[in-house]
Ligand binder design. Structure first.
Ligand code: GCU
Length: 448
C-alpha cells in the first residue's frame, strides 16, 4: 500500500472535535433556554430559529389556515347590538378602547397631569437642509415630574410640513450621526459609548431621505417614559400616577401622545399630517397610541407582531402566553389571566386597527419574520375593514393575491387611499426599503 495515501490520526482532532461539540451544545442550549438569556433583543432571533425548525411552522408557511370562529365582530357591540352608522361606531370605538385598556394594555392616563415643553437646543442640520430642535417634554402630576427628550429634524420649508413621530430603542444619539444630539435622559451610556453608538441605528430612521422628501422626523427614547425592564419600568412616568395597571407599552403609547401634544403646537408642523410609526415592541405602542389619539392622521405598524397589528387568535409566531411570560412588564395583569386561551379574549387586534378609522392605517411585515406572524397581521388588517368601509373610506382587497397565496409575497405592496400593507423580504427590522414604501405611500395619499 502506498503510505503517502494512508490516513493519519492527528492529535489535534481531539480538541477540534471537542470544540465543535461544545459549539453545538451552546447553540442547542441557547435555543432551549432562549427566554432565560439576558439578551431580550435576541429573543426574536432564537424564537424564529426555533419556529423555522419546527413542523408547525411548515404548516403555517404553506397553508396560512386559521380558526377565527371566535373573532369579535367590528360592527357589533359587546351586547350584540349591531353598529350601523358612524355615530354608532363612535360608541363601539369607545367600548373597544375600554376593553383593550381593561384586558390588554392597562391604564392609559387621560387626565390628572400637565405637559410642558422647553426648547433646549436648536440649530441648522444636514448642511442647511433641515433644522434640528431638541425639546424637553415634562409630564407633571401632584407626585412630581418626569422628563423626556424629543429630537426633531424639520426640512426647510415655507409651508407647514408633515412629521413622522416614533420612539427609538437605544437613545436619541443612535438615530443619526449628528454631534449636536444631546444624550437622552435615561441613557446609561457613558461618554465613550455615546460616541461609539452615535448614528448606529441611522438606517432605521432614514432622516436624510425623509428630509429630502419634505417630511420631518421626531423621536424620543422609549426608556425616557418607561425603561424596558421588568424591575425598573415603573420608575419614570409611571411613578407619577397611582395606577398599578399603567404598564410599559401603555407608558410608551402615553409618551407618543405627549410628543403629539408638542407637535400640534408648532407652526412649522402640518397638524393634519402627523404620522405615528413604531417598529416591533414600539410598533405595539404606536398602534395603541394611534388607536386612541385622533390627532394622528396615519398610524404605521412595522413588524409589531403579537399584541401589535397581528391577530392574537392567529396563534402562530409569538403567542399571548409566551409574550406575557417573557415581558411581564409590558401589559396588564388581566391579560395574563387568559393564559393561552386567546379565544376567551373579548377583543382581538383587528379591533384596534378598526379604531384608527376614519384615519389611515399602514401595516408592514418582513417575509422571514415569522415570530411577528405576517399572515396574522395581513388577516388582521383585512378584518378591520368594516369600520373604514362604514366611513366610506377606500380599503385594500385580497384580490391582489396571486392564486394560491394567502398573503402578499415579499416585495409586494398593497395600497388604497386609507390603508397600506407591504411585505419586505428579509428579517425583523425597519430598513430604508420600508421607509421608501412609507414615503411613497405618504406622497400619494397624505399629500398636503
Ligand atoms: C421580542 C418580542 C416581540 C417584540 C420584539 C421586539 O421578539 O417577543 O414581541 O416585538 O422582541 O421588540 O423586537
Amino acid at each position: 500500500m502506498n503510505s503517502a495515501h494512508k490516513k493519519h490520526f492527528h492529535w489535534w482532532y481531539i480538541p477540534l472535535g471537542l470544540v465543535v461539540i461544545l459549539l453545538v451544545a451552546i447553540l442547542a442550549f441557547a435555543l432551549w433556554a432562549h427566554r432565560f438569556l439576558p439578551w431580550k433583543n435576541m429573543i426574536a432571533f432564537t424564537s424564529n430559529l426555533r419556529l423555522e425548525l419546527s413542523e408547525s411552522t411548515k404548516n403555517y408557511v404553506t397553508s396560512g389556515e386559521r380558526d377565527y370562529s371566535t373573532l369579535p365582530e367590528v360592527l357589533t357591540m359587546a351586547d350584540g347590538t349591531p353598529v350601523q352608522t358612524v355615530e354608532d361606531f363612535a360608541a363601539r370605538r369607545q367600548e373597544i378602547l375600554d376593553l383593550f385598556e381593561q384586558n390588554v394594555y392597562g391604564t392609559l392616563p387621560k387626565d390628572g397631569f400637565t405637559t410642558s415643553f422647553e426648547v433646549l437646543e436648536e440649530g441648522s442640520a444636514l448642511n442647511g437642509a433641515a433644522i434640528r430642535r431638541q425639546v424637553k417634554i415634562s409630564v407633571t402630576t401632584d407626585k412630581g415630574t418626569s422628563d423626556a427628550l424629543l429630537l426633531m429634524y424639520l426640512p426647510q420649508s415655507e409651508k407647514p410640513v408633515p412629521v413622522v413621530l416614533g420612539l427609538n430603542f437605544k437613545g436619541n444619539h443612535t438615530v443619526f450621526a449628528d454631534e449636536a444630539i444631546l444624550p437622552s435622559y435615561s441613557t446609561e451610556a457613558d461618554d465613550e459609548t455615546l460616541l461609539e453608538e452615535r448614528g448606529i441605528k441611522a438606517e432605521r430612521w432614514n432622516i436624510e431621505q425623509a428630509i429630502a422628501r419634505g417630511y420631518g422626523i421626531a423621536t424620543i427614547f422609549c426608556d425616557d417614559f418607561a425603561p424596558d425592564n421588568a424591575d425598573t419600568y415603573n420608575t419614570r412616568v409611571i411613578s407619577l400616577f397611582d395606577e398599578p395597571e399603567f404598564k410599559a407599552v401603555g407608558a410608551w403609547a402615553f409618551g407618543i401622545m405627549r410628543g403629539v401634544d408638542y407637535l400640534v403646537q408648532q407652526p412649522e408642523v402640518d397638524t393634519n399630517r402627523i404620522v405615528d410609526i413604531g417598529h416591533s415592541r414600539l410598533g405595539k405602542a404606536a398602534v395603541w397610541a394611534g388607536a386612541n389619539d385622533e390627532r394622528i392622521a396615519l398610524v404605521i405598524s412595522n413588524d409589531s407582531g403579537n399584541t401589535g397589528a397581528t391577530l392574537t387568535r392567529s396563534n402562530h409566531g409569538e403567542t399571548m402566553k409566551s409574550i406575557n411570560a417573557m415581558f411581564p412588564h409590558w401589559f396588564c395583569t388581566q391579560y395574563k389571566e387568559y393564559g393561552a386561551a386567546a379565544n376567551a379574549l373579548p377583543v382581538d387586534q383587528h379591533l384596534l386597527l378598526a379604531c384608527i378609522a376614519p384615519r389611515k392605517v399602514y401595516v408592514a411585515n418582513a417575509n422571514d419574520d415569522l415570530w411577528a406572524d405576517p399572515q396574522g397581521a395581513w388577516n388582521s388588517l383585512l378584518a378591520s375593514r368594516p369600520a373604514f368601509e362604514l366611513y366610506g373610506q377606500a380599503v385594500i382587497s385580497e384580490d391582489c393575491l396571486a392564486e394560491g397565496e394567502t398573503q402578499p409575497h415579499a416585495g409586494q405592496s398593497v395600497w388604497s387611499a386609507d390603508m397600506g400593507y407591504h411585505k419586505r423580504s428579509g428579517w425583523h427590522d425597519i430598513q430604508s426599503e420600508d421607509w421608501a414604501f412609507y414615503l411613497d405611500y405618504m406622497d400619494q395619499y397624505l399629500a398636503g
